[in-house]
Write a protein that binds this ligand. Structure first.
Ligand code: FMN
Length: 360
């Protein structure tokens, strides 16, 4: 079994419900993701054998180490994210997953969507720390020490911050890592993530801490690594915008961005930034508008979707492509055409008109 890389130069793909399916994970892995997380999977759904759950767990063996066309992808362990508020179901779910060959697990304690929190799961677990700890204990018992991570927020609201105490207890229990998205559940995705809290966890914990939150470009990821001392970062919306974010992240670190001067935040071009970092950011800023690169991403994504998720491939591409092209000239017209196309030929025709030959 491969070890789980948790290092600054090994960026993760965050769990993304509705998005981080097998084709997208394979794409991100090809573009430099070091670890990929599945979409969140319901522990109860798993125990009761829900059909939807099976789709979420679709994987090659193991998740593209050996692709069907015979090419060998880099090692990129798969982490299965589960959610649920009942310790018995969570423990059973992990045992089922282990039996099926999965090795790494993450517990969702950060999702603020009412459909999840009203069941007591996701970020609602931050409102009942004793139960969160019971769940954690059960998951670690089933997974083995170091094999499960926990993805948390600061707390339910500003009056009830629990991240420090909770994360300390999780580390003491045998968590393999803790990821902090430093917002309150009540914020959803609004406001600015308080990455100073990640730095606090790094100081306080004996296990690796991953940072999540508003990492839209590789420059954002590197800046947060610098500011917090986090062991690694998870890209979420940044990966949906352009999966090349992983390659850029690795590139920045290879150029010494962690030792050198810090790249400015995305979209911000500080005029007094040192030349190397400035140049790196110019490359990054230019990225979303690089038609050739996005065309290559879309072409590869379509190939992977057709091969690994044929039933929903077209629908998936109709949701992904508008995100990819958001910052391009003419994106609006392209988006409108794409959402209404009903077959692959129509999709390729539209893309061809905007990008030139995309079929290979
Ligand atoms: C569409 C979408 C789906 C998400 N699904 C999950 C999920 O299944 N599990 C989870 O722990 N977090 C989920 N998140 C939260 C992300 O993993 C991440 O922590 C959050 O988006 C902050 O990172 P970002 O601001 O860089 O996007 C989701 C976020 C988005 C935008």
């Amino acid at each position: 079994m491969v070890a789980l890389p948790i290092r600054p130069d090994a960026p993760w793909l965050a769990p993304l419900a509705g998005w981080s399916d097998l084709p997208f994970r394979l794409l991100c892995r090809e573009m430099g993701a070091a670890v990929c997380c599945t979409e969140m999977v319901s522990a109860k759904g798993l125990v009761y054998g829900g059909r939807n759950t099976e789709e979420l767990l679709a994987t090659t063996s193991p998740d593209g180490d050996l692709l069907e066309d015979g090419s060998l992808a880099r090692d990129c362990p798969l982490v299965v994210q589960i959610f649920g508020a009942e310790a018995e179901f969570m423990e059973q779910a992990v045992r089922i997953l282990r039996h099926r060959g999965f090795s790494w697990f993450d517990v969702n304690m950060g999702c603020s969507v009412p459909k999840v929190t009203k069941t007591g799961a996701g970020a609602a677990m931050l409102r009942d720390v004793p139960n969160a700890l019971r769940v954690a204990e059960a998951v670690i018992r089933a997974a083995g020490p170091g094999k499960a991570g926990f993805k948390i927020r600061l707390g339910w609201d500003p009056e009830h911050e629990v991240y420090l105490e909770l994360a300390r207890r999780l580390a003491d229990m045998g968590a393999g890592w803790v990821t902090l998205h430093p917002r309150h559940a009540t914020q959803g995705f609004s406001g600015v993530p308080r990455h100073a809290a990640v730095a606090e966890l790094v100081e306080a914990l004996s296990v690796p801490v991953l940072a999540s939150g508003d990492l839209f470009t590789a420059a954002d990821g590197v800046r947060v690594l610098r500011e917090t001392g986090a062991a690694s970062v998870m890209y979420a919306r940044g990966a949906l915008k352009n999966p090349a974010v992983f390659a850029r992240h690795r590139e920045l670190l290879q150029r010494g961005a962690l030792e050198g001067d810090m790249p400015p935040a995305s979209g911000v071009r500080a005029s007094d930034a040192p030349l190397d970092a400035q140049r790196a950011c110019d490359v990054l800023d230019a990225l979303p508008a690089d038609r050739a690169e996005l065309a290559a991403v879309i072409r590869r994504h379509a190939e992977l979707a057709r091969r690994y998720a044929p039933l929903h491939a077209l629908l998936k591409m109709r949701t992904f492509v508008p995100r990819y092209v958001k910052s391009l000239d003419g994106a609006r017209a392209l988006r409108q055409e794409i959402v209404s196309c009903s077959d692959w030929d129509a999709l390729y025709d539209i893309l061809e008109r905007h990008f030139g030959d995309i079929r290979n």
